[in-house]
Design a protein around this ligand. Structure first.
Ligand code: NZQ
Ligand code: ZN
Length: 380
């Protein structure tokens, strides 16, 4: 097992009716800004619950964070933060709203010249941000309990991430009931995103870390079990609660302790979203089987272990096939043709961008733009 440090400072407040708990956790007597998306929280009653809990607080509101949140929108929110001397942010919504709140929190106190540098450097050296809390309404990203944020820039069609300890939420409320209003497509996306997060921290090579492996496999097994169930019965509290908790644990720094990671699928996926607008999870379902097939030899041992323990199959190739079957079984396509997108064109555009940046990925840091072109072209 490799050396590691582990710290997750986010307090999780989990369960039915728990939004009221924010009352004692959000600071009083200072301006607080709630950060919101396009309106789903008005329709499902979450906004009303938040307002009720904060009726003694000094609250201003920022609306309009879009899915795949835009840098340009975050800058508008920062103006409002500065004008009102906001001291605490409360993000209410899905991963996009949470990610945007992190960017706003960091930019509001940023001393450098150009806040885009936060993303260009992936958060290197970032030490300060306004404190923030979250009320999560979409299980998927793990943003409620990690220090990551993914932001897109409209002007340049870029999508970059930053990570920093200072943007871990102070607390996050997870009430599964708030997710009952999600359309099936978003639930499906969340299952696949959480599944892929586990994989990016698991599908590498063995390093004698059996507990991390079992944690990861436990989350995968739970997703395979409760994912289809929560899609079949969209109001079943227990399945939704297990799904929600699985998505948090999939990306809260726990399962990555002391093990190699390979975020190739996510890095490619972000570019595909930036160019073609596919949902984040839609890109992952296409790309991940391609990365594994391309790296079949190097990932052989973990692919076999995964196949055997999760699906009861014997070979690495069968494990890949079963994964695609699982995605398809929850109505998630796994090929570019399902979106009428030309795989050869994607391969060209995305690999050129990585070549420009000199990017290399993978647990051995040797997946090059050439490999990426092959991976994408193979997913037609
Ligand atoms: O904007 P509103 O009106 O709120 O509607 C949203 C949005 O249209 C809607 N929604 C959210 N909760 C709802 C709901 N609709 C009905 N009922 C509810 N309870 O769902 C739509 C999608 O929301 P979004 O926040 O975009 O989805 P998700 O949580 O999947 O977030 C995706 C973003 O997170 C990034 C992705 O790249 C993408 O930009 N990621 C962030 C990560 C992180 N911070 O660690 C890691 C991930 O790998 C990922 O890259
Ligand atoms: Zn993801």
């Amino acid at each position: 097992m490799d050396n590691f440090t582990f710290k997750n400072p986010t307090e999780i407040v989990f369960g039915r009716g728990m939004i009221k708990e924010i009352r004692s956790r959000v600071p009083v007597n200072v301006p607080v800004m709630i950060v919101c998306g396009g309106g789903s929280i008005k329709r499902n009653g979450v906004y009303a619950q938040v307002k009720k809990a904060l009726k003694k607080h000094r609250v201003i509101e920022f609306w309009g964070i879009e899915p795949n949140p835009l840098y340009e929108t975050c800058l508008k929110a920062v103006e409002l933060v500065k004008k009102n001397k906001v001291k605490f942010l409360l993000a209410v919504g899905g991963g996009s709203v949470l990610d945007a709140a992190k960017m706003i929190a960091a930019t509001a106190v940023y001393k450098g010249k150009d806040p885009w540098d936060i993303l260009r450097t992936n958060g290197a050296g970032l030490k300060d941000a306004l404190p923030l809390g979250t009320v999560l309404t979409l299980p998927a990203t793990g943003s409620e309990s990690n220090g990551n944020s993914v932001i897109s820039r409209k002007a340049t069609q870029e999508k970059l991430f930053f990570g920093a300890a200072c943007v871990f939420p102070v607390f996050s409320v997870l009430d599964p009931v708030t997710t009952f209003s999600l359309p099936k497509k978003q639930v499906r996306n969340g299952i696949v995103d959480a599944f892929a997060h586990v994989m990016e921290q698991y599908m590498t090579y063995p390093v004698s870390a059996p507990l991390q492996d079992r944690f990861a496999e436990g989350i995968l097994q739970t997703l395979v079990e409760v994912g289809p169930r929560t899609l079949r019965n969209m109001k079943d509290y227990d399945s939704r609660a297990s799904f929600m908790w699985s998505a948090t644990l999939a990306l809260n720094n726990l399962i990555s302790c002391g093990v190699p990671q390979d975020w190739t699928t996510h890095m490619i996926g972000h570019e595909v979203t930036a160019f073609y607008g596919l949902d984040h999870a839609e890109t992952l379902a296409i790309i991940m089987p391609g990365v594994w097939m391309n790296q079949l030899e190097r990932k052989q041992a973990k692919l076999r272990q995964y196949g055997e323990r999760i699906f009861g199959v014997k070979t690495a190739k069968a494990a890949i096939a079963r994964t695609e079957k699982f995605f398809n079984s929850i109505s998630m396509p796994t090929r570019f043709k399902d979106y009428d997108i030309d795989a050869a064109e994607v391969a060209k555009r995305v690999s050129a961008r990585f070549a420009e940046r000199g990017s290399k990925f993978g647990e051995h840091n040797d997946i090059t733009p050439r490999h990426i072109a092959d991976i994408l072209a193979s997913r037609k």
